[in-house]
Write a protein that binds this ligand. Structure first.
Ligand code: NAP
Length: 320
Protein backbone atom coordinates (compact mmCIF):
# COMPACT_ATOMS: atom_id res chain seq x y z
CA UNK A 1 0.00 0.00 0.00
CA UNK A 2 1.27 3.45 -0.91
CA UNK A 3 0.56 6.63 0.99
CA UNK A 4 -0.32 8.44 -2.24
CA UNK A 5 -1.22 7.33 -5.70
CA UNK A 6 -0.92 9.98 -8.38
CA UNK A 7 -2.59 9.40 -11.74
CA UNK A 8 -0.72 11.25 -14.48
CA UNK A 9 2.98 12.05 -14.91
CA UNK A 10 2.66 15.50 -16.42
CA UNK A 11 4.01 18.63 -14.70
CA UNK A 12 1.20 18.55 -12.10
CA UNK A 13 1.55 14.87 -11.25
CA UNK A 14 5.35 14.90 -11.11
CA UNK A 15 5.39 18.08 -9.02
CA UNK A 16 2.95 16.40 -6.62
CA UNK A 17 5.28 13.38 -6.49
CA UNK A 18 8.26 15.58 -5.60
CA UNK A 19 6.35 17.22 -2.76
CA UNK A 20 4.91 13.90 -1.59
CA UNK A 21 8.25 12.09 -1.31
CA UNK A 22 9.92 15.10 0.26
CA UNK A 23 7.21 14.98 2.94
CA UNK A 24 8.29 11.41 3.69
CA UNK A 25 5.39 9.65 1.97
CA UNK A 26 5.53 6.63 -0.30
CA UNK A 27 4.35 7.75 -3.72
CA UNK A 28 3.28 5.83 -6.80
CA UNK A 29 2.76 7.68 -10.10
CA UNK A 30 0.84 5.90 -12.86
CA UNK A 31 1.08 7.10 -16.45
CA UNK A 32 -0.58 5.55 -19.50
CA UNK A 33 1.29 7.42 -22.25
CA UNK A 34 4.63 9.05 -21.67
CA UNK A 35 5.85 11.30 -18.87
CA UNK A 36 5.72 15.06 -19.31
CA UNK A 37 2.17 15.52 -20.55
CA UNK A 38 1.46 18.19 -23.13
CA UNK A 39 4.62 20.16 -22.38
CA UNK A 40 6.73 17.68 -24.37
CA UNK A 41 5.14 19.09 -27.53
CA UNK A 42 6.21 22.65 -26.76
CA UNK A 43 9.37 23.58 -28.67
CA UNK A 44 10.53 26.17 -26.14
CA UNK A 45 9.52 26.89 -22.56
CA UNK A 46 10.32 30.55 -21.97
CA UNK A 47 7.82 31.53 -19.29
CA UNK A 48 8.68 29.24 -16.38
CA UNK A 49 10.22 31.39 -13.64
CA UNK A 50 13.95 30.81 -13.30
CA UNK A 51 14.34 29.06 -16.64
CA UNK A 52 15.41 31.28 -19.52
CA UNK A 53 14.78 28.84 -22.33
CA UNK A 54 14.45 25.06 -22.49
CA UNK A 55 12.66 22.60 -24.75
CA UNK A 56 9.46 21.11 -23.35
CA UNK A 57 10.96 17.64 -23.65
CA UNK A 58 14.07 18.65 -21.69
CA UNK A 59 11.86 20.22 -19.01
CA UNK A 60 9.74 17.05 -18.72
CA UNK A 61 12.83 14.83 -18.56
CA UNK A 62 14.31 16.94 -15.74
CA UNK A 63 11.06 16.79 -13.78
CA UNK A 64 10.75 13.02 -14.28
CA UNK A 65 14.33 12.38 -13.14
CA UNK A 66 13.92 14.69 -10.15
CA UNK A 67 10.80 12.84 -8.94
CA UNK A 68 12.37 9.45 -9.58
CA UNK A 69 15.68 10.27 -7.91
CA UNK A 70 13.86 11.56 -4.85
CA UNK A 71 12.16 8.18 -4.49
CA UNK A 72 8.83 8.31 -6.30
CA UNK A 73 7.84 5.07 -8.04
CA UNK A 74 6.78 5.89 -11.58
CA UNK A 75 5.10 3.12 -13.54
CA UNK A 76 4.10 3.38 -17.19
CA UNK A 77 0.72 1.75 -16.70
CA UNK A 78 -2.61 3.23 -17.71
CA UNK A 79 -5.12 3.45 -14.87
CA UNK A 80 -8.35 1.84 -16.03
CA UNK A 81 -10.47 2.00 -12.88
CA UNK A 82 -10.53 3.77 -9.56
CA UNK A 83 -12.45 2.76 -6.52
CA UNK A 84 -12.83 4.01 -2.97
CA UNK A 85 -13.11 1.31 -0.31
CA UNK A 86 -13.97 1.84 3.31
CA UNK A 87 -11.69 -0.26 5.49
CA UNK A 88 -13.32 0.18 8.85
CA UNK A 89 -15.67 2.17 10.97
CA UNK A 90 -14.52 5.32 12.68
CA UNK A 91 -15.08 5.80 16.37
CA UNK A 92 -17.36 8.72 17.27
CA UNK A 93 -14.35 10.68 18.48
CA UNK A 94 -12.41 10.09 15.24
CA UNK A 95 -15.44 11.09 13.19
CA UNK A 96 -15.90 14.26 15.26
CA UNK A 97 -12.21 15.12 14.84
CA UNK A 98 -12.39 14.56 11.11
CA UNK A 99 -15.44 16.85 10.90
CA UNK A 100 -13.71 19.47 12.95
CA UNK A 101 -10.54 19.77 10.89
CA UNK A 102 -12.48 19.20 7.66
CA UNK A 103 -9.74 16.92 6.49
CA UNK A 104 -12.38 14.24 6.14
CA UNK A 105 -9.86 11.63 7.21
CA UNK A 106 -11.82 8.42 7.21
CA UNK A 107 -10.57 4.90 6.90
CA UNK A 108 -10.66 4.87 3.11
CA UNK A 109 -8.38 3.10 0.72
CA UNK A 110 -8.21 4.02 -2.93
CA UNK A 111 -7.76 1.12 -5.30
CA UNK A 112 -6.40 1.99 -8.71
CA UNK A 113 -6.29 -0.79 -11.28
CA UNK A 114 -4.28 -0.91 -14.48
CA UNK A 115 -4.39 -3.66 -17.08
CA UNK A 116 -1.50 -5.35 -15.22
CA UNK A 117 -1.96 -4.67 -11.50
CA UNK A 118 -4.05 -3.20 -8.73
CA UNK A 119 -2.57 -0.67 -6.34
CA UNK A 120 -3.83 0.69 -3.03
CA UNK A 121 -3.23 4.18 -1.72
CA UNK A 122 -4.25 6.18 1.32
CA UNK A 123 -4.81 9.32 -0.77
CA UNK A 124 -5.35 9.89 -4.46
CA UNK A 125 -4.17 12.76 -6.63
CA UNK A 126 -5.82 13.12 -10.03
CA UNK A 127 -3.48 14.76 -12.53
CA UNK A 128 -4.67 13.27 -15.80
CA UNK A 129 -4.40 16.54 -17.70
CA UNK A 130 -6.16 17.22 -20.95
CA UNK A 131 -6.17 15.92 -24.52
CA UNK A 132 -6.39 17.70 -27.86
CA UNK A 133 -9.84 18.81 -28.96
CA UNK A 134 -10.88 17.53 -32.38
CA UNK A 135 -12.72 19.53 -35.03
CA UNK A 136 -15.31 16.77 -35.28
CA UNK A 137 -15.38 16.80 -39.08
CA UNK A 138 -15.97 13.73 -41.26
CA UNK A 139 -12.69 12.03 -42.16
CA UNK A 140 -10.73 13.62 -39.29
CA UNK A 141 -9.88 10.36 -37.60
CA UNK A 142 -9.04 8.53 -40.84
CA UNK A 143 -6.77 11.34 -42.05
CA UNK A 144 -4.92 11.71 -38.74
CA UNK A 145 -1.37 10.72 -39.56
CA UNK A 146 -2.13 11.17 -43.28
CA UNK A 147 -2.07 14.94 -43.45
CA UNK A 148 -3.74 15.80 -40.16
CA UNK A 149 -1.72 16.29 -37.00
CA UNK A 150 -2.23 17.66 -33.51
CA UNK A 151 1.48 18.11 -32.81
CA UNK A 152 3.65 20.39 -34.92
CA UNK A 153 6.87 19.57 -33.11
CA UNK A 154 6.28 15.83 -33.58
CA UNK A 155 5.20 15.86 -37.23
CA UNK A 156 6.40 19.20 -38.64
CA UNK A 157 9.51 17.68 -40.24
CA UNK A 158 7.34 15.60 -42.59
CA UNK A 159 6.14 18.84 -44.17
CA UNK A 160 9.48 20.41 -45.06
CA UNK A 161 9.00 22.69 -48.12
CA UNK A 162 5.27 21.86 -48.21
CA UNK A 163 2.17 24.00 -47.75
CA UNK A 164 0.40 23.58 -44.41
CA UNK A 165 -2.41 25.16 -42.41
CA UNK A 166 -2.70 25.59 -38.68
CA UNK A 167 -6.17 25.92 -37.15
CA UNK A 168 -6.64 27.77 -33.86
CA UNK A 169 -5.98 31.10 -32.21
CA UNK A 170 -4.38 30.22 -28.89
CA UNK A 171 -0.70 30.14 -27.95
CA UNK A 172 -0.38 26.55 -29.15
CA UNK A 173 -1.59 27.43 -32.66
CA UNK A 174 0.67 30.49 -32.75
CA UNK A 175 3.69 28.51 -31.59
CA UNK A 176 2.89 25.75 -34.07
CA UNK A 177 2.65 28.23 -36.96
CA UNK A 178 5.94 29.83 -35.92
CA UNK A 179 7.68 26.47 -35.67
CA UNK A 180 6.32 25.28 -39.03
CA UNK A 181 7.27 28.52 -40.77
CA UNK A 182 10.92 27.53 -40.20
CA UNK A 183 10.55 24.50 -42.48
CA UNK A 184 7.44 24.82 -44.63
CA UNK A 185 7.03 26.68 -47.88
CA UNK A 186 3.83 28.35 -46.76
CA UNK A 187 1.84 28.36 -43.51
CA UNK A 188 -1.81 29.45 -43.34
CA UNK A 189 -3.08 30.28 -39.87
CA UNK A 190 -6.86 29.85 -39.81
CA UNK A 191 -8.70 31.30 -36.82
CA UNK A 192 -12.43 31.75 -36.22
CA UNK A 193 -12.18 35.31 -34.87
CA UNK A 194 -10.22 38.42 -35.85
CA UNK A 195 -8.26 38.56 -32.58
CA UNK A 196 -5.94 35.90 -31.25
CA UNK A 197 -6.32 34.45 -27.80
CA UNK A 198 -2.62 33.55 -27.58
CA UNK A 199 0.38 35.64 -26.56
CA UNK A 200 0.91 38.92 -28.44
CA UNK A 201 4.66 38.26 -28.58
CA UNK A 202 3.96 35.23 -30.76
CA UNK A 203 1.55 37.16 -33.00
CA UNK A 204 4.23 39.84 -33.50
CA UNK A 205 6.80 37.21 -34.42
CA UNK A 206 4.41 35.64 -36.93
CA UNK A 207 3.63 38.93 -38.68
CA UNK A 208 7.36 39.18 -39.45
CA UNK A 209 7.45 35.81 -41.23
CA UNK A 210 7.06 36.17 -44.99
CA UNK A 211 5.70 32.67 -45.50
CA UNK A 212 2.85 33.01 -42.96
CA UNK A 213 -0.66 34.12 -44.02
CA UNK A 214 -3.49 34.81 -41.58
CA UNK A 215 -6.99 33.66 -42.55
CA UNK A 216 -9.19 35.22 -39.89
CA UNK A 217 -12.92 35.07 -39.12
CA UNK A 218 -12.93 31.67 -40.77
CA UNK A 219 -13.63 28.08 -39.84
CA UNK A 220 -12.64 24.80 -41.44
CA UNK A 221 -15.84 23.18 -42.71
CA UNK A 222 -14.54 20.11 -44.55
CA UNK A 223 -11.44 17.99 -44.99
CA UNK A 224 -10.67 17.08 -48.58
CA UNK A 225 -8.78 13.96 -49.59
CA UNK A 226 -9.23 10.24 -49.85
CA UNK A 227 -6.61 8.38 -47.86
CA UNK A 228 -4.43 11.51 -47.66
CA UNK A 229 -5.34 15.15 -46.97
CA UNK A 230 -5.22 17.33 -50.08
CA UNK A 231 -6.99 20.44 -48.88
CA UNK A 232 -9.57 22.01 -46.60
CA UNK A 233 -12.78 23.93 -47.18
CA UNK A 234 -13.06 27.12 -45.19
CA UNK A 235 -15.97 29.46 -44.63
CA UNK A 236 -15.66 33.06 -43.50
CA UNK A 237 -18.08 35.06 -41.35
CA UNK A 238 -19.88 36.37 -44.47
CA UNK A 239 -20.66 32.79 -45.45
CA UNK A 240 -18.19 32.71 -48.35
CA UNK A 241 -16.58 29.31 -48.86
CA UNK A 242 -13.31 28.47 -50.52
CA UNK A 243 -10.94 25.56 -50.89
CA UNK A 244 -7.38 25.78 -49.72
CA UNK A 245 -4.92 23.27 -51.13
CA UNK A 246 -2.66 22.10 -48.31
CA UNK A 247 -0.41 19.12 -47.66
CA UNK A 248 -0.98 19.22 -43.95
CA UNK A 249 -3.42 20.57 -41.36
CA UNK A 250 -2.27 21.10 -37.78
CA UNK A 251 -5.26 21.31 -35.45
CA UNK A 252 -4.62 23.34 -32.28
CA UNK A 253 -8.06 24.33 -31.01
CA UNK A 254 -7.55 23.68 -27.33
CA UNK A 255 -7.96 20.77 -25.02
CA UNK A 256 -10.56 18.70 -23.21
CA UNK A 257 -10.02 17.23 -19.75
CA UNK A 258 -9.06 13.55 -19.51
CA UNK A 259 -11.46 12.80 -16.69
CA UNK A 260 -13.58 9.88 -17.95
CA UNK A 261 -11.82 7.58 -15.46
CA UNK A 262 -13.18 9.39 -12.41
CA UNK A 263 -16.54 10.65 -13.67
CA UNK A 264 -18.40 8.45 -11.16
CA UNK A 265 -16.12 9.52 -8.33
CA UNK A 266 -15.57 13.26 -8.01
CA UNK A 267 -17.86 16.15 -8.94
CA UNK A 268 -17.15 17.72 -12.33
CA UNK A 269 -18.36 20.84 -14.10
CA UNK A 270 -20.38 20.73 -17.32
CA UNK A 271 -17.19 20.60 -19.41
CA UNK A 272 -15.78 17.62 -17.51
CA UNK A 273 -13.21 19.45 -15.36
CA UNK A 274 -12.95 18.09 -11.80
CA UNK A 275 -14.29 20.64 -9.37
CA UNK A 276 -11.86 21.97 -6.76
CA UNK A 277 -10.69 25.31 -5.48
CA UNK A 278 -7.12 26.49 -4.97
CA UNK A 279 -6.70 23.89 -2.19
CA UNK A 280 -7.16 21.15 -4.84
CA UNK A 281 -9.63 19.22 -2.64
CA UNK A 282 -12.34 17.44 -4.62
CA UNK A 283 -15.83 16.51 -3.42
CA UNK A 284 -14.39 13.21 -2.12
CA UNK A 285 -12.28 13.28 1.05
CA UNK A 286 -8.81 11.95 0.29
CA UNK A 287 -9.05 12.74 -3.43
CA UNK A 288 -7.22 15.80 -4.76
CA UNK A 289 -6.93 17.20 -8.27
CA UNK A 290 -4.00 19.03 -9.84
CA UNK A 291 -3.24 20.65 -13.17
CA UNK A 292 -5.21 21.03 -16.37
CA UNK A 293 -8.06 18.68 -15.37
CA UNK A 294 -9.05 20.95 -12.43
CA UNK A 295 -11.64 23.73 -12.69
CA UNK A 296 -9.59 26.95 -12.91
CA UNK A 297 -9.06 29.97 -15.10
CA UNK A 298 -5.36 29.79 -15.96
CA UNK A 299 -3.89 26.54 -17.32
CA UNK A 300 -0.15 26.99 -17.56
CA UNK A 301 2.99 25.07 -16.70
CA UNK A 302 3.44 27.26 -13.64
CA UNK A 303 -0.12 26.67 -12.39
CA UNK A 304 0.16 22.92 -13.01
CA UNK A 305 3.34 22.75 -10.92
CA UNK A 306 1.73 24.92 -8.23
CA UNK A 307 -1.32 22.63 -8.12
CA UNK A 308 0.94 19.61 -7.79
CA UNK A 309 2.62 21.10 -4.74
CA UNK A 310 -0.68 22.13 -3.14
CA UNK A 311 -2.42 18.80 -3.84
CA UNK A 312 0.48 16.82 -2.38
CA UNK A 313 0.66 18.95 0.76
CA UNK A 314 -3.12 18.71 1.22
CA UNK A 315 -2.84 14.94 0.80
CA UNK A 316 -0.07 14.85 3.42
CA UNK A 317 -2.36 16.77 5.80
CA UNK A 318 -5.23 14.40 5.04
CA UNK A 319 -3.05 11.36 5.71
CA UNK A 320 -2.29 12.92 9.07
P1 NAP B 1 -6.68 27.72 -26.03
O1 NAP B 1 -5.92 28.83 -25.40
O2 NAP B 1 -7.89 27.18 -25.34
O3 NAP B 1 -7.06 28.19 -27.49
C1 NAP B 1 -7.88 27.42 -28.31
C2 NAP B 1 -8.11 28.18 -29.58
O4 NAP B 1 -8.87 27.36 -30.46
C3 NAP B 1 -8.89 29.47 -29.37
O5 NAP B 1 -8.36 30.48 -30.15
C4 NAP B 1 -10.30 29.10 -29.81
O6 NAP B 1 -10.97 30.18 -30.43
C5 NAP B 1 -10.05 28.05 -30.86
N1 NAP B 1 -11.11 27.06 -30.93
C6 NAP B 1 -11.66 26.35 -29.91
N2 NAP B 1 -12.58 25.49 -30.39
C7 NAP B 1 -12.63 25.68 -31.72
C8 NAP B 1 -13.38 25.08 -32.77
N3 NAP B 1 -14.27 24.11 -32.53
N4 NAP B 1 -13.15 25.51 -34.03
C9 NAP B 1 -12.24 26.48 -34.29
N5 NAP B 1 -11.50 27.08 -33.34
C10 NAP B 1 -11.68 26.68 -32.07
O7 NAP B 1 -5.76 26.41 -26.29
P2 NAP B 1 -4.17 26.32 -26.50
O8 NAP B 1 -3.70 27.30 -27.47
O9 NAP B 1 -3.89 24.90 -26.75
O10 NAP B 1 -3.59 26.70 -25.07
C11 NAP B 1 -4.01 25.95 -23.90
C12 NAP B 1 -3.37 26.58 -22.66
O11 NAP B 1 -1.98 26.41 -22.70
C13 NAP B 1 -3.65 28.07 -22.58
O12 NAP B 1 -3.81 28.42 -21.25
C14 NAP B 1 -2.38 28.68 -23.13
O13 NAP B 1 -2.14 29.97 -22.63
C15 NAP B 1 -1.35 27.67 -22.67
N6 NAP B 1 -0.18 27.70 -23.54
C16 NAP B 1 0.82 28.55 -23.24
C17 NAP B 1 1.93 28.62 -24.05
C18 NAP B 1 3.01 29.56 -23.69
O14 NAP B 1 2.87 30.22 -22.66
N7 NAP B 1 4.07 29.68 -24.46
C19 NAP B 1 2.03 27.83 -25.19
C20 NAP B 1 0.99 26.99 -25.51
C21 NAP B 1 -0.13 26.94 -24.68
P3 NAP B 1 -11.47 31.46 -29.57
O15 NAP B 1 -10.24 32.24 -29.30
O16 NAP B 1 -12.42 32.10 -30.48
O17 NAP B 1 -12.12 30.87 -28.34
Amino acid sequence: MYDMIIIGAGPAGLSAAIYGVRAGKSVLVLEGKTYGGQIINTPEVENYPGIQKMSGFEFAKGLYEQAKNLGAQIKMEKAVSVEKRETGEQSDMEAAEADENESGTDASVFVVSTSKNSYEGGALILAMGAKNRMLGLPGEQELTGAGISYCATCDGMFYRDKVVAVNGGGSTALEDALFLSNYCKEVYLIHRRDAFRGEQKLVDALTKRENVRFILNSVVTALIGDGRLEGVSIKNKDGEEKTLKVDGLFIAIGQEPETALTKEMADMDEKGYIQAGEDCRTSVPGVFVAGDCRTKTVRQLTTAAADGAVAALMAVEYLG
